[in-house]
Design a protein around this ligand. Structure first.
Ligand code: HEM
Length: 234
């Protein structure tokens, strides 16, 4: 197999910058374009919906990306890297569960059917498998911890599913942005070339770029190489 490409630019710094930009952009979208967020509201149920994309994107894309790269970006012992990795992933899982609850509540309160779109199917799969991946990883690599051979055989699958779920989270977020934009255009809430529609398209493009750079940062050889490639399962 050909060697992995070596990034000759500060890929980790750029990932952090794009992640922060994506997090800021989704908050700006919810607050500036969509009028804010609320966990409950009698007058404007859409404020409850607005919490959903913000928590999903910050949790399953931005924090997940940082957690994946923690083994390469966090200085110190392997135990500390692992702790940062599992803590960030836990926070991502928590935000995603709250984000799912808000959109579910919004659908209930507006009497909208659940799970009728491709986005919702992708999203539910993403949340279920992300939670399973976290629980399996915690049990095997942290507490109580599996046997040496158990850890060694799970690790390549943990890495593979972790990257797969990260890509799925990007695809789900992009489909969510697309769906919401089309909903709003069909309801004549925004125009096709409105600033908001262009803003949402740009955010989708930003997520795709961020995803590409996170994958590049994972595979790029060099300092802080992820231990899988050395065959370690600690
Ligand atoms: C990884 C990130 C995301 C996941 C896992 C996810 C998951 C879900 C799930 C499971 C539902 C179904 C709720 C129900 O049927 O009651 C849903 C609905 C929805 N989501 Fe997301 N979502 C994500 C990101 C986004 C983003 C960034 C947007 C952008 C605005 C968005 C927009 C929507 C919309 C408009 C709905 C309601 C319509 C539908 O059910 O498809 N989502 N999401």
């Amino acid at each position: 197999m050909a060697a992995a490409p070596a990034a000759r630019f500060p890929v980790f710094g750029i990932v952090r910058l794009l992640g922060l930009a994506a997090a800021a952009a989704i908050v700006v979208w919810a607050v500036h374009f969509r009028g804010g967020m609320a966990l409950s509201s009698e007058t404007d149920k859409l404020l409850i919906f607005n919490v959903h994309p913000v928590l999903m994107l910050i949790g399953l894309v931005v924090l997940n990306g940082e957690a994946i790269l923690a083994y390469k970006t966090v200085p110190g012992t392997k135990k500390l890297k692992k702790l940062v990795h599992l803590a960030l992933q836990f926070l991502a899982m928590l935000l995603s569960l709250i984000g799912l609850w808000t959109v579910w509540k919004f659908h209930d309160e507006r009497q909208i059917d659940h799970l009728y779109t491709l986005h919702s199917w992708l999203g539910l799969s993403c949340i279920i498998f992300f939670s399973l991946q976290w629980a399996t990883g915690f049990y095997t690599f942290w507490y109580p911890g599996g046997s040496r051979s158990g850890r060694a055989s799970l690790l390549p699958w943990h890495v593979f599913f972790g990257l797969f779920l990260y890509v799925l989270a990007i695809a789900t977020s992009v489909s969510g942005l697309l769906e919401k934009s089309i909903f709003m255009q069909s309801a004549k809430m925004i125009g096709r070339f409105s600033t908001e529609a262009m803003f949402m398209n740009s955010l989708g493009m930003l997520l795709v770029l961020l995803g590409a750079l996170v994958i590049l940062a994972v595979v790029t050889p060099g300092v802080g190489k992820i231990d899988t490639y050395r065959g370690s399962s600690e």
